[in-house]
Write a protein that binds this ligand. Structure first.
Ligand SMILES: [Zn+2]
Length: 190
């Protein structure tokens, strides 16, 4: 194969790779941004978080160093403790029924080979894998009429988490709100 031809082929491959990566960028999460969903159905409440692993532990691969392993362990403990993550009004008389914290970081084969990073500080197209934490809390509240708001205390535990796009569906309607460390009270009434 002649060198000029080879250079052309490599050039084409690079162009294809770059446009492929760009097209897929929209799928990649933004580090620091997460999602928060809440459904209130009479006494039953389901709270769900979807957060980039980077915003929880600072990395998105399986832990390699001792410190990373410790960080992950600590994060799992915090996330499994509902009271560390969300605050419900006492009058609601609420109790957690089920807690699920899922992430590819702890599993063996769960890391989905994913969407490429296309951040401006990357001058090469990397195949870095993204991972997330999916957290679901199922809660039962004996007096749901007192649930006029819910406070998220998750931000103070994970400073890399900058904001959550919150959405709620309750028996009173639908609500959406952008939440962060300072604005951490999600209003569930007009
Ligand atoms: Zn990521």
């Amino acid at each position: 194969m002649n060198i000029k031809y080879l250079a052309l082929v490599i050039g084409l491959l690079t162009v294809v790779n770059i446009s492929f990566a760009k097209k897929r960028t929209y799928k990649a999460h933004v580090h620091g941004d997460g999602k928060f969903n809440l459904v209130v159905d009479k006494k039953n409440i389901e709270v769900e978080f979807e957060i980039p692993a980077d915003s929880i532990v600072g990395f998105e691969h399986k832990p390699k160093t001792k410190q990373q392993k410790n960080n992950l362990k600590l994060a799992m403990l915090k996330l499994k403790n509902v009271n560390e993550i969300i605050l419900l009004p006492k009058k609601g008389n609420c109790k957690a029924k089920d807690v699920r914290v899922e992430t590819a970081l702890t599993g063996e084969n769960k890391i989905h080979d994913g969407h490429e990073h296309d951040e401006s500080h990357n001058d090469k197209i990397s195949n870095e894998t993204h991972s997330e934490f999916n957290i679901i809390y199922k809660i039962k509240c004996e007096a749901p009429k007192h649930l006029r708001s819910i406070t998220l205390s998750i931000f103070k535990h994970f400073p890399r988490l900058q904001q959550l796009k919150g959405q709620a569906v309750t028996n009173n309607g639908q609500f959406s709100q952008q939440l962060n460390l300072k604005n951490n009270k999600f209003s569930l009434s007009e």
